[in-house]
Structure formats: C-alpha cells, structure tokens
Design a binder for this molecule. Structure first.
Ligand SMILES: *Cc1c(COP(=O)(O)O)cnc(C)c1O
Length: 349
C-alpha cells in the first residue's frame, strides 16, 4: 500500500478476471463466457456510423437503446436504465440499495463480494446445498438486498421463476436483484414479474448472448421508482456511463432478432454436445442453462487438467476452493471449439 490509500479499503480483494493471453492466435478461449460469434453485422455498421460523432457527448438518457429494449421486453422505457456492463449496474445496486446489507450464495458471481467490500456493505452468505442448488427458504431469515444470479455462475443451474417469486413475496420490503447474465440460453426471465413485484430488479448484459462483451453494455429492468433511484446514483457518478458507439451497437443488436436467435440457438445446441461429450468421458456435469458447463473430471483433479489444457492452448476456468476446486467451468464455444476441446480432453485423460 502507498500510505495514501484509505485504510478502510486495506482488506479489499479485487475481482480476478479470466486470463487474456497476449497472442490470441491458436488459443481456444473458453474461460470467460464470451460469445464465440462476432457481433451482428448491423451492430458493426451502427458502430462505424456512431464513431463519426464521438466528438460530441453520448446521449445520457440512452433514449434510442431504451426504446429498442422496451419494445423487445414489453416494458416501459421508464422501467429501464443502462450501465457500462452489467457489473456497473450491480455496483450501483450495492452502493444505493443495500442499507440493510446484502445476501447472496457462497458459490456465485465473485463480484458480489467485491462490491460489498468496496462499498462497505454487510453481507450474509448463504451456503448452497450439496448438489449446488439454492436453499430458497434460507433467504427468509437473512436481512438485506438479495443478489441472485439466475442461472447461477459458475454452476449454470437455474432457478424456476416460482423460487424468485417466493423470495420476493416473502418480504416485500426487501429488494431482490436477479442477475440474468445468462438467461438467454434457456432459463426463465423475471422481467415479466416486475409489474407484480416492485421489489424485483432484473440485471442484464450484452456481454454473453449479444456478442458485445468488449463494448461494455448492461441494463436493469425494474419498477419505475427503483429506476428513478438507480438513475440518481448513476447521474451522481457518470451520466455518460455508456459511450455512443456502445449505445448504437446495443440498439442494433436488439433489433437484429434473427442473428440473436441464430447464435443463441447454436450455443444451446453446442452445450448439449459438450455436456454429452464430457459425460461420455466420465465427467460429472451439472445441469446448465447457461453458455458454460461446470464439470468435474473422473479423477477430480480439475486443477491438473486445467494446467494440461492450458499447455495445449486451451483456456478454461478453475476456481480454487473446497467445493469448486474439483470442477472446471468451460465456456460453450463454436462447434469447432467444442470438438477440439473434447478431443484434447480425451487425449489427456
Ligand atoms: C459476466 C457476468 C456479469 C458481468 O457482465 P458484464 O460484462 O459486466 O455485463 C454479471 N453477472 C454474472 C453472473 C456474469 O457472469
């Protein structure tokens, strides 16, 4: 530490991002749940056009993107706010909506813990059951804003909407943030519940199913009063949080429904291929509705396999820890990547 750093942050442990090799040539990158497909061509043309006016500030109200999203999700524009990646939306929720603390699972998206510590939010951590499912009833006794990734990461396991409803209806004074980063790959979205439950806030991203991870674009869908409060935080931090190129790409991507359907369908197909292939090789594979699978090799030496795959130019993610350490999180890639991955694993076993 420099000696100038705020002592209250002395124990801050930042998020560890997945590896990003300098020379990406010949690397099969299945470690950060990106899309293997390029963005929609319409999004790329929109980016070129938008780039010509970056001498001007971007639209701080993100009006056109919100219109496209509102149409797509069948909600009002007043139910939407946009963010620089969904991570920023989560950060604003931790900063502005967690006076009574935050509640989340022990095995879930790593950023919840990081934001809690950055913003000084007290956390209650709920242990997943032995089969990595969420003990829904345990949320009742825990005070604070609930953060639930659905499907969960890194397990890929999804909760039915009735479970989200159960948590939201048990205590209407608690906000339930549903992080739907992976919902487009087969789970049920809670967006349809926001009319009935003003205490549900759905967080979404363009990083996984829209091929825009590097553009940094996310959004939140909630009751308009929640959105108004969210906007107070956003406008107190950076009204220009999403740049004009990202806004234009996002709008075009939402409007290009055909490309979205085609690419997400292919990921769902490839996930079945990857899951079947791993099971044939003796892996334990958790039932995933995301664009990754969480799988444990027959000898449970996930870290060893991670290293051996890496030496062959195949990157997957390994999370040390008592329960996660025996598993690898493998992003569902293109057909070619899935076959190359399975062939390599077969040889290495
Ligand atoms: C990837 C991911 C995010 C963050 O995505 P952004 O790129 O910041 O939009 C949020 N939540 C979960 C569960 C994720 O896996």
């Amino acid at each position: 530490m420099s000696g100038f750093f705020d002592g209250r942050l002395s124990s801050l442990q930042p998020y560890t991002a997945g590896e990003r090799p300098e020379n990406m040539k010949n690397i099969i990158k299945l470690n950060t749940n990106e899309s293997p497909f390029p963005p929609s061509r319409k999004a790329i043309s929109a980016a070129k056009k938008a780039a010509k006016s970056v001498n001007l500030y971007c639209d701080p109200t993100a009006d056109k993107l919100k219109s496209a999203l509102a149409e797509d999700l069948n909600v009002n524009k007043k139910n939407i706010a946009v963010s620089n990646g969904s991570d920023e939306a989560l950060a604003f929720l931790f900063r502005g909506f967690c006076e009574k603390g935050a509640v989340y699972n022990d095995i879930t998206y790593g950023f919840y813990k990081v934001f809690a510590s950055l913003f000084g939010v007290k956390s209650t951590v709920i242990k997943l059951d032995d089969d990595f499912t969420v003990p829904i009833d345990a949320y009742d006794a825990a005070e604070g804003t609930a953060f639930i990734a659905n499907p969960n990461a890194p397990t890929g396991i999804a909760l039915p909407l009735s479970d989200i409803e159960r948590i939201a209806s048990f205590d209407e004074n608690r906000l339930v943030a549903v992080d739907e980063a992976y919902v487009d790959f087969g789970a049920e979205s809670a967006v349809g519940l926001i009319g009935k439950y003003p205490n549900i806030a759905v967080v979404r991203t363009f990083s996984k199913s829209r091929s825009l991870a590097g553009a940094r674009l996310g959004f939140i869908v909630a009751d308009e009063r929640v959105i108004a409060d969210f906007e107070r935080v956003r406008n107190s931090f950076n009204p220009y949080n999403v740049n004009s190129v990202a806004l234009a790409m996002g709008e075009a991507a939402v409007r290009d429904k055909k490309y979205f359907e085609k690419t997400r369908r292919e990921i769902i197909d490839n996930r079945a291929e990857l899951t079947g292939g791993l099971k044939n090789l003796g892996f334990d594979v958790l039932p995933s509705l995301a664009n990754f699978v969480f799988a444990s090799p027959p000898d449970k030496d996930a870290e060893g396999l991670y290293e051996r795959l890496k030496s062959r130019g195949i990157l997957v993610r390994h999370f040390r820890g008592e329960r996660t350490g025996e598993y690898l999180r493998i992003t569902v890639g293109s057909k070619r990547q899935v076959s190359a991955f399975l062939a390599a694993v077969e040889e290495l076993l």
